[in-house]
Design a protein around this ligand. Structure first.
Ligand code: TXA
Ligand code: MG
Length: 330
C-alpha cells in the first residue's frame, strides 16, 4: 500500500506493521523495535543476513532510555552537536532489547533523524523503530519512493511516498561506548566535524579486526548495481579515455559495444563514448544523486558503470566508501 500520510505510517508501525519511510539520508524500512516478530519481518523483506544489526530510530533524544543502558559522555557530546541529523551513536544496549535487533551484540545504535517527515512518522508511532535502509539486501540504497517500490512492492505493509534524502548517503555510525569514539561507517556527518567536537575521534581501520567484528554489516556485499562498476580517480580526465584502452592503446573489445554509464563532478573530455551520464555540480549534489544514478544505469541497461572518486573530505569520505563497496565484487 502507498500512503502520503506520515501519521498513518506511524499508526501502522505501532500496530507492528512493516513500513518504508523517507529520512534525510536514505529511505528506512521500519518496524517496532520492541516486537520480535515485527523485527523479524524486516530481515525477511530485505533478504538481510541475520548477523547485521539494525539502527533504532527515535522521535527525540529523551527516548534513548527505552533502548540503551547508558548515554555515554561522548555520545551526549555528539548528539548535542549533530542530532537530530545523519548520525548514529552506538551505546551499551538495554538487556531487554531483542538480540534480533542487535544481531546478538551487546550494543545498540540509535539515531534521531532530522527530516521532518521521518520525525512525524516516529512521533505518531510513539515507539522506537528499528530500520535498515529500505533496499533489497546488497542493492543500492533508495533515495526516492519509486526506488523503494521497485525493491519492496509486495514485501511490506506500506510505503510512505514522499521524498526527502537531502543528504543522500547513510548516517555516520560512531561507536561511543569508549572515551575515544570510533567511526565505524563514514556518513552524512564528516570526520572533521566529529573531530571538531571530540578531537581524538578516529576512523575504524580495515585491519582493526575487533572493530570490524563490532560492526558486522560492513562485511557483506553492499550498494551493488547489476552492471560492474569501475572507479575513475579524481580528476577523471587524467585516466579518461585511457582506461578503456589496452596496452597497445586500442579500445578493448569489451568496451567497443559497451553501454557505458558515467557519473562524477568532472565533465569527460570525450563523452561521445558515454551512453548515459550524470555530471554533478558539487560533491554534495553527487552524494544526493549517487544511489539513484546507479539504479537509473541499471534501468537503462548500462553494461558498465564508471564513477569518478572525489577528494577525501567532508561527505566525500562517505561517497568514496560507498563507491568502493559498489565496485567490490569479491
Ligand atoms: O542513514 C541511515 O543510517 C539509514 C537510515 C534508514 O536511517 N539506515 C541504515 O541502516 O543505513 P543499515 O541497516 O542499512 O545500516 C546500518 C549500519 C550497518 O553497517 C550495521 O552493521 C551498523 O549500522 N550497526 C547497527 N547497529 C550497530 C551496532 N550495535 N554496532 C555496530 N554497528 C551497528
Ligand atoms: Mg543499508
Amino acid at each position: 500500500m502507498l500512503t502520503e500520510s506520515a501519521e498513518e505510517a506511524g499508526r501502522l508501525l505501532a500496530m507492528n506493521k512493516l513500513v518504508a519511510f523517507p529520512t534525510e539520508t536514505v529511505f528506512g524500512l521500519g518496524a517496532n523495535a520492541l516486537n520480535e516478530d515485527a523485527v523479524e519481518s524486516i530481515f525477511v523483506a530485505k533478504g538481510r543476513p541475520s548477523d547485521n544489526p539494525l539502527i533504532v530510530h527515535l522521535a527525540d533524544r529523551a527516548q534513548w532510555e527505552s533502548v540503551a543502558a547508558e548515554l555515554t559522555e561522548s555520545a551526549s557530546l555528539l548528539l548535542d552537536a549533530f542530532s537530530p541529523g545523519p548520525i548514529t551513536v552506538v551505546l551499551p544496549k538495554r538487556s531487554d532489547i531483542s538480540d534480533r535487533v542487535t544481531a546478538g551484540l551487546k550494543s545498540v545504535g540509535i539515531r534521531i533523524p532530522g527530516c521532518p517527515i521521518a520525525r512525524a512518522v516516529l512521533s505518531a508511532a510513539g515507539i522506537p523503530i528499528a530500520a535498515p535502509s529500505a533496499n533489497l539486501s546488497g542493492r543500492p540504497s533508495c533515495t526516492t519512493w519509486q526506488a523503494v517500490v521497485e525493491d519492496m512492492r509486495g514485501r511490506v505493509d506500506a510505503i510512505l511516498c514522499k521524498t526527502s534524502a537531502e543528504v543522500g548517503l547513510e548516517s555516520t555510525v560512531v561507536d561511543c561506548r569508549t572515551d575515544i569514539p570510533v567511526v565505524l561507517r563514514a556518513g552524512g556527518v564528516g570526520l572533521e566535524a566529529i573531530r571538531s567536537v571530540i578531537p581524538e575521534a578516529r576512523m575504524v581501520e580495515q585491519t582493526d579486526a575487533n572493530l570490524q567484528l563490532a560492526s558486522p554489516g560492513t562485511r557483506h556485499p553492499h550498494y551493488q548495481p547489476v552492471a560492474p562498476l569501475t572507479i575513475l580517480k579524481f580528476p577523471a580526465n587524467a585516466s579518461w579515455p585511457g582506461v578503456l584502452r589496452d596496452e597497445k592503446h586500442e579500445l578493448r573489445d569489451e568496451h567497443v559495444s559497451a553501454k557505458l554509464a558515467y557519473c562524477g563532478i568532472t565533465r569527460l573530455a570525450a563523452n561521445d563514448l558515454i551512453y548515459f551520464e550524470s555530471v554533478f555540480e558539487s560533491v554534495e549534489e553527487y552524494s544526493r544523486g549517487f544511489y539513484e544514478f546507479l539504479r537509473e544505469a541499471d534501468r537503462r541497461g548500462a553494461s558498465r558503470i564508471l564513477c569518478e572518486s572525489v577528494p577525501m573530505e567532508g561527505i566525500g569520505i562517505a561517497l568514496n566508501d560507498r563507491m568502493s563497496r559498489s565496485a567490490d565484487r569479491s
